[in-house]
Design a protein around this ligand. Sequence first.
Ligand code: GDP
Ligand code: MG
Length: 182
Amino acid sequence: MPLPEYKVVVMGGGGVGKSALTVRFVHSMFVEKYDPTIEDSYRRNLTVDGITVALEVLDTAGTEQFMSLSTLYMRSGDGFLLVFSLTATESLAELHSIREQIQRIKEASLPVGAQTQRTPIVLVGNKLDLVHERQVARDAAVQLSRSWGGVPYYETSARKEINVTEIFEDVVRQMIKADHAT
Ligand code: GDP
Ligand code: MG
């Protein structure tokens, strides 16, 4: 039997570590300097709670000239990692509009009556290892995750490999659940 396929879209401001997290997850290494304009998708299988799924991870670069392109990404995504940097306060604020857009687009594509079904999202505060440059308190992020209806929140380090697999496992778990709900 073919594996169930899911697409995860990694979004967030420039420089927060979207590519570093993606490459760490897919290739188990840390890239110091990754071309910020590269937008690519990667494939990896992942087993969560005994279920193996084929994951496609789209690492976005935020270079979309036209809104329609990000709309396309959002429509095609089954789940989303919304990443900010713990070292940049404004990167957390940037996620508001991204999340609103996702809600709008995903809800519009749901069958009538299923509008309350929630889109699989994980909120990710990256660069946890840069302790002395930290600007965002855990509470601020937890508050945001609550205001989004209690989406899971993780603090990660792509550099030190902290919670990287965990964020993908969490979104996969949510996507499997959403799949079974329909
Ligand atoms: P993107 O624009 O969101 O894809 O960000 P990148 O993945 O290109 O990362 C931007 C910069 O932050 C690069 O210099 C990375 O080396 C650095 N970076 C990414 N993740 C981490 C991390 O967890 N810890 C530290 N110390 N630096 C990181
Ligand atoms: Mg990048």
